[in-house]
Design a protein around this ligand. Structure first.
Ligand code: NAD
Ligand code: GLY
Length: 358
């Protein structure tokens, strides 16, 4: 097992990464301060892994809640079912919410933990590659609004992240690829050595080589932990983690939540960000080819959906968390392996990028 730390003073917490961690009850129970817990999962993940987590909680007062599966359920209505369950079972302020699932379960359960009785304890047990390399770490929690992705949320850190790499064995290929999009992101924004490693080893990730996957998860979490420790609430550099996300969130919302997976939309968005960076003269055409190549090799889309007209892109991009006083900042590449958050771009470059994205 590898243990990393997210350094946030008194709110620091461990990220445990390894095989069969769900069988090690003490890993979980040592982070539960009270005597009650609610495990939140969904109808796909619960039949696979709920019993392991339940076994660990023997002796505690605990309940399980199984939500419907899908991005389209990451909304306020589903959130309310978590509150209903907590209230009807009289869970108090010392309870712990355990998110067992991918990023959807992690984000919605995290937001419930942040808001129930003004905050209860939270543990993340991510079971997708995407959630193990990204969403379970760093404390971003949210639900979607019909007009914008992750628009209702809070920063709220877990007490621990327990990433059991064995859970990835049951993940569908398409979901594995979606997770690789966020893996590639770390290489592009701040870790050129890792990008070079990915260029050599991406096929191993696709074929679920356990050593390669564990290495990638570790490397991504190290990157994420560093960024979060330096800028927990995204006053500055944390926004770099959103490479491809402004375009990607527009695609997810515009296409209807769940039709394009988050990682797929981010992949297509990263190619758009690279193209735009080239139009601004910051990176070379061969750099754009490099981005396209690694994204394609991960079986991810390099083009935007045609249904996303320029008008639709602009409409959804106007509702982005990087809009401040009416100005949209974008995450673009100053170089391969070096992203910046900037409003220093022309509308012409943006329009051309969208036009060239199909
Ligand atoms: P997801 O949670 O929808 O999971 C993908 C699919 O895999 C679901 O059908 C799920 O039921 C299934 N699944 C999960 N674990 C499984 C397993 N071990 N075996 C078989 N099936 C399994 O999607 P995701 O890609 O994990 O997360 C995407 C979400 O994460 C988006 O809502 C996105 O906005 C959010 N996100 C949040 C952050 C953050 O910092 N909080 C970062 C990135 C993404
Ligand atoms: N996934 C973006 C962030 O955590 O900041």
């Amino acid at each position: 097992m590898i243990t990393l730390k997210v350094n946030l003073g008194e709110r620091s917490y461990p990220i445990c990464i390894g095989k069969n961690l769900l069988d090690r009850s003490e890993l979980l129970t040592q982070h539960i301060p009270g005597n009650s817990a609610l495990i939140v999962s969904n109808e796909t993940v619960a039949p696979l892994y709920m019993n392991k987590v339940e076994k660990s909680l023997a002796g505690l007062k605990y309940k399980t809640l199984v939500l419907p599966d899908g991005e389209k359920y990451k909304n306020q209505e589903t959130l309310n079912t978590i509150y209903d369950c907590l209230l009807s079972n009289q869970f108090d302020r010392n309870t712990t919410l355990i998110a067992l699932g991918g990023g959807v379960i992690g984000d919605i359960t995290g937001f419930a933990a942040a808001t129930y009785q003004r905050g209860v304890h939270l543990i993340q047990i991510p079971t997708t590659l995407l959630s193990q390399v990204d969403s379970s770490v760093g404390g971003k929690t949210a639900v979607n609004h019909p007009l914008g992705k992750n628009m209702i949320g809070a920063f709220y850190q877990p007490r621990a992240v327990i990433a059991d790499t064995e859970t990835l064995n049951t993940l569908e290929d398409r979901e594995l690829s979606a997770g690789i999009a966020e893996v590639i992101k770390y290489g592009l924004i701040r870790d050129i050595e890792f990008l070079e490693w990915l260029e050599k080893n991406i096929d191993k990730l696709i074929s679920r080589n356990t050593i390669a996957l564990a290495y990638a998860i570790d490397r991504c979490c190290k990157n994420k932990a560093d960024v979060v420790a330096a800028d927990e609430t995204e006053a500055g550099q944390r926004a770099l983690l959103n490479l491809g996300h402004t375009f990607g969130h527009a695609i997810e919302t515009g296409m209807g939540y769940g039709n394009w997976l988050h990682g797929e939309a981010v992949a297509s968005g990263m190619v758009m960000a690279a193209r735009m960076s080239e139009k601004l003269g910051w990176i070379k055409p061969t750099d754009v080819d490099r981005v396209i190549d690694i994204v394609e090799r991960a079986n991810l889309p390099v083009k935007a959906p045609e249904k996303m007209t320029s008008k639709r892109f602009l409409e959804f991009m106007a509702i982005d968390k990087k809009v401040s006083d009416g100005v949209l900042k974008l995450v673009l590449l100053k170089d391969i392996g070096k992203a910046v958050v900037t409003s220093d771009y022309t509308q012409e470059a943006l329009m051309e990028t969208i036009a060239d994205s199909y």
